[in-house]
Design a protein around this ligand. Structure first.
Ligand SMILES: Cc1ncc(COP(=O)(O)O)c(C=O)c1O
Length: 344
């Protein structure tokens, strides 16, 4: 509980959709009717005529999308704490054919525009001796729980445009970002200047499903080839489509994200009132980063509540993540146990 939004099960509607898709036979490799319908539904949700490809992991979505946005000799500017930089085992470098990820700083794992501008300038000082700054990657919700507001995305998009670079958004938790800011998916992505996004479902109620959305539809064929080459074109693709069908129907993506965000807010408010506990980052969506006294962490662990120490053993900053099915009772129980163990 609270270690990640990956440890939860799937939403019952996703399971029901998979069961329904199990009946009969269907053409393979994304040529079935359900897949076509779902791709259209995702495009409609983004209010645009765009290219959509479903894959099974966020890492694959990021790597494939980035491979469309940068040449092999390109540089991808990203936050030093970004998932693409720290957690994907060089996948983006591999899939782009060798593009270089260039880390940039900024509070709460959001790119600082001034630092970004400087890094773009510095990283291209030596012309062909450098990689060519080609893309910027931002994560919304950021890896430290902060949401990029629309104007912040626009500011970075402006920098990208000025240098003829592409802007990618890692949206493993895009639903939570949209819910947090009350943004439509279009407003927080292409209308703000984003060229491609991964729209995550796995963490928010699916089993394994992410959509790569590329806003320039003329890239659809290239996207299809790159997905296949990455081993991400499922033969029984209808089961992937079924997950997304449930996810984008009746605003399930949004209601799931709203619950997760609400529970994180409740958790943060409760923890903020426990003496000795410090909140370290804004709680914009469904993640809470808090420093707990060591005795609280040890006490919790002793009763089987193992929290994730973000910076490794011996450190006290924990990442607490709420999910689509987190309940108030679960949140209140954790707050109460922290209070007990943090007390004198
Ligand atoms: C911000 C972010 N991007 C991408 C991913 C990648 O997802 P996956 O583990 O499905 O490859 C994660 C997963 O934790 C993530 O937190």
């Amino acid at each position: 509980m609270f270690r990640s939004d990956n440890i939860t099960g799937a939403h019952p509607k996703v399971i029901e959709a998979i069961v329904a898709a199990n009946a009969g036979t269907a053409p393979a490799y994304a040529s079935d009717e359900l897949t076509k319908r779902v791709e259209k539904k995702v495009a409609d949700l983004f209010e645009c005529d765009c290219a959509v490809a479903l894959v099974t992991t966020g890492s694959a979505a990021n790597a494939i999308a980035l491979s469309l946005l940068t040449p092999p000799y390109g540089g991808v500017l990203c936050h030093e704490h970004s998932h693409v930089y720290t957690d994907e085992c060089g996948g983006p470098e591999l899939f782009t054919g060798g593009a270089k990820l260039l880390p940039v700083g900024g509070a709460h794992a959001k790119l600082d525009p001034a630092e970004l501008e400087k890094s773009i300038a510095v990283s291209s000082l030596r012309g062909v001796h450098n990689v060519k700054p080609s893309a910027i990657s931002i994560t919304n919700v950021s890896e430290l729980g902060a949401v990029y507001r629309r104007d912040e995305v626009e500011r970075i998009a402006e920098l990208a445009r000025a240098k003829a670079m592409n802007l990618f958004m890692d949206g493993a938790r895009l639903a939570n970002a949209a819910a947090a800011g009350n943004y439509s998916l279009a407003d927080i992505t292409w209308r703000a200047g984003v060229h491609a996004v991964s729209f995550g479902a796995t963490k928010n109620g699916a089993i394994a499903a992410e959509a790569i959305v590329v806003f320039d539809k003329s890239r659809a064929e290239e996207l299809a080839y790159r997905r296949k080459r990455a081993g991400q074109l499922w033969s029984k693709h209808r089961f992937l489509a079924a997950q997304f069908d449930a996810y984008v129907s009746d605003d399930l993506w949004l209601s799931n994200a709203r619950n997760a965000n609400r529970m994180a807010r409740r958790l943060a408010d409760g923890l903020a009132n426990v003496p000795g506990v410090r909140l370290d980052h804004p709680v914009d969506a469904n993640e809470v980063f808090a420093t707990l006294p060591e005795k609280a962490l040890t006490g919790l662990s002793g009763e089987g509540i193992g929290l994730m120490r973000r910076d490794g053993p011996g450190t006290q900053l924990v990442r607490l993540v709420t999910a689509f099915n987190t309940t108030e009772a679960e949140v209140d129980h954790l707050i109460a146990r922290v209070r007990v163990h943090a007390g004198p």
